[in-house]
Design a protein around this ligand. Sequence first.
Ligand code: SF4
Length: 207
Amino acid sequence: MALKPIARFHSVQLLGGEPLLHKNLPALMQITKRLRLDSATNIITNGHLLPKMRDEFWEALEYLQISIYPGFDETILELVESKRSIYGFDVGTTRFSHFYSQFKKTPDEGVESFRDCHWKKTCFTIHRGFAFLCSQSCFFPKAIMGLPAETDGLPLAGLTEEKLLAFLNRTEPFEACKICCANLMEPEPWREATSRKAWLEESKATV
Ligand code: SF4
């Protein structure tokens, strides 16, 4: 609501983690549609839980983007096609054979990373009452750096056009830019973490 009077987006994307795990996803989709900050709301998912989604999800869907990783059950695409013919949403797929490393081998002050970063203009992120210029600055401080979640964020409470413009045009790097290699990501072989703890330890080991 705080953004409605002052901002418009090409698309609002509901993603995670994995958005299909959210119990109230259809309600969230209805909210973004009612707010209409965008021309289409996009769900980005790995697709594994699509067979379990109920009619209210398919009814609310405007655009479904499936990230296909090794081990994906290809019959899910047939299910999606049958649902698309009923409910009329659009579909996109991207296949991944590897990941890209997100973290610098040697952290620095983040000045060049921020200066050259294209994500800060293309991946505006909203999370728990704060706005972020990229998803990395939303999640890295708390998940990887042991900092408060809002470290790199702008509070949505009391947001004005002036505050938003100043945030969009900032020139100082974020805390997350110190460890983020968004501009120089290197491909890594695909592998699956067996637990959140294992993922976290592996992520920290690369920082
Ligand atoms: S945290 Fe990463 S993605 Fe975000 S602005 Fe800094 S370098 Fe770019």
